[in-house]
Structure formats: C-alpha cells, structure tokens
Write a protein that binds this ligand. Structure first.
Ligand code: ADP
Ligand code: MG
Length: 294
C-alpha cells in the first residue's frame, strides 16, 4: 500500500503544476544530486525563429524553399521555425515533401521534385558523404559563435547554404539552475546542438558543465556514467531525442506542455506548464513529504 503522505504529496504536486506518475518517483526526486538537462525546448523557449539566411549556391529564396519543403511535415522546433520563416518571406511551402526521413539529433532527409534534400547539422551532411564547402563552414561557424543554431541545406550533392535559427532562453531558467544548485544539485547540460550555441546558453543560465553535439544515445550514456559514479540522476527534456536518457535516469522529467508525446510518456514526472522553477519545487516537496514519513 502507498503511505497516505505520499498520496497527499502527489495531490499537492498536481495542484502545483507537477504531474507525478507514481509514489516512488516523488520519493526519489528528493534524493537527486545531479540534474542532466536538455537545451533546445527545455532551457530555451522551444519556439525559435529563422534569423539568418546565407545562400552559397543559388538565391536565398531557393535555399529557403528547399529547406521549408523538406521540413514541412516535421514537428521539430527548428523545422517549425524554418517553415514559418519561409511563409513570412512569401515562399509557397508544400504541405509535405514526397518522402521524408527524420534522422534524430541530426535533421531531415526528404525527396522533393525528384531531388534529395538534406536539412540539418554538418554531421547529417557529412554522414551522407556531402562535401561542405569552406564558405558554408565559415558561415555556420560565424552563426554558431553568435549563439544561433546553424542549419545546413543541401540538394543532391550540392550545399545551397546555411540558415540560422535563434531561440530565447526561458526567463526563469537561470533562477531554476540557481535554486537547484542551492539545494545541492549539480546541473549538467546535455545537448545535440553545436558546442558554441550550447556555451552561449550555458553562460546565460550559469551552467558550467556542458556536453554538446550529443546524439540521443550520447545523452543516455552520460546519464549512465553519472549513475555509475554513484549519483542519483534526474534528466529533464522535451524531445524524442531525450527519451532514452529520460527512461534510464533515476527520475525522468518531461516538459509537459511543449514536450513531445514520447518524452511525456517516457518520463516519471511532467512539468505541466513548462515552468522550470517547478523542478526545484518538486525537490523541496519530495524532501518534506519523505521527512514527514519518518
Ligand atoms: P537538443 O538536444 O538541443 O534538444 P536535437 O537533438 O533535437 O537538439 O537536435 C540536435 C541538432 O540536430 C540540432 O541542433 C540541429 O543541428 C539538428 N537537427 C535536428 N532536427 C532537425 C531538423 N528537423 N531540422 C534541422 N536540423 C535539425
Ligand atoms: Mg530538446
């Protein structure tokens, strides 16, 4: 049977905007000493917008058209930003490309008008054997240095150029990190994004430990490595790419409003209004609940 105080604690958490999926999770969250946290859509708003267009081969309109066509069917925040940006420019965006393949943590590959379009990280293009010309590399570096996420676009073997997407750090993110640190929790950022973009968000949120350019299995491995060191690890994330790490963490926490269905299903806790300050709140609530039981 479940102790009455745990039932009461779960009810209290729900009223405070934290969905707890079981009594054991409410107990564990108070013992967490390391938080692994995703960046895109978690520390940041997840509603990024298209900020830059660097055409290398062809015109900016062509670059945006191919990119938007490939991204049209994708729910990824970067995809939405590109599609909305294209529409603002007056580009006619199709409902979806003819064939779309999502490569988690890298981007999309789509067939459109008989051509193979790739939109995503340098890794996505490199793994497809596409040579990235120095002009595109330089543009991507400059954008990343400015804290924006560079997105490369290729059609067949040709790199058309680089788009950039800029995201805002959630206004409560730095305060949440500070509250967690005060509660004795070490905060580590795990992101699939570029290292320079990650560093800029880390500086803004005062996170000093950052692991960037991670694939979903890389996030999982880092959580496992922290556990092997004896830590009780919570993972906080929103994306499909976070699901393996959410599943293996001692406590998986999903962004409940903007999070993907898979992240919410996999997690043990969900922050119902995506308010990051709910996490330190859950920690305090757990510690109070558990000490009331003793
Ligand atoms: P994060 O871990 O920061 O939430 P993701 O794992 O979702 O980020 O994505 C990692 C990187 O993969 C992105 O920064 C981007 O370079 C690339 N990427 C992923 N999905 C897309 C997409 N739909 N369009 C363009 N690029 C993408
Ligand atoms: Mg994310």
């Amino acid at each position: 049977s479940i102790p009455v105080s745990i039932v009461a604690g779960i009810g209290r958490a729900a009223r405070d905007g934290i969905l707890v999926k079981g009594g054991e999770h409410l107990e564990t969250v108070g013992r967490v000493d390391v938080l692994a946290v995703d960046k895109t859509g978690t520390l940041t708003s997840g509603r990024p917008s298209l900020s830059d267009i660097a055409a290398i081969t062809g015109s900016p309109a062509e670059l945006v058209t191919w990119a938007a066509a490939a991204e049209a069917g994708s729910g990824h925040p970067l995809a939405r930003a590109i599609v909305e940006g294209a529409k603002r420019m007056g580009v006619d965006v199709p409902a979806h490309a003819d064939e779309v393949n999502t490569i988690v943590g890298r981007g999309v590959e789509a067939r459109w008008r008989g051509r193979m379009v790739r939109v995503g990280s340098a890794r996505l293009l490199a793994e497809a054997g596409i040579v990235i010309p120095p002009a595109a590399q330089d543009a991507a570096s400059a954008l990343a240095d400015a804290g924006r996420t560079p997105v490369l676009v290729s059609v067949d073997a040709v790199v058309l150029g680089v788009l950039a997407v800029a995201d805002r750090v959630r206004e409560e993110a730095a305060a949440a990190v500070q509250e967690l640190s005060r509660a004795g929790v070490r905060v580590v950022m795990l992101t699939g994004d570029d290292a320079r973009v990650a560093a800029s968000v880390a500086a803004e949120t005062r996170i000093t430990e950052v692991h960037a350019v991670l694939l979903p299995e890389g996030k999982l491995e880092l959580v496992q490595a922290l556990q092997a060191e004896g830590h009780t690890v919570a993972m906080l994330g929103d994306g499909v790419n976070d699901a393996p790490a959410l599943a293996v963490a001692d406590v998986g926490v999903a962004m409940g409003a903007a999070g993907s269905d898979l992240a919410i299903e996999t997690a043990d806790l969900a922050l119902m209004r995506d308010d990051l300050l709910r996490l330190p709140h859950a920690l305090r609530l757990s510690r109070r609940t558990v000490s009331a039981m003793r």
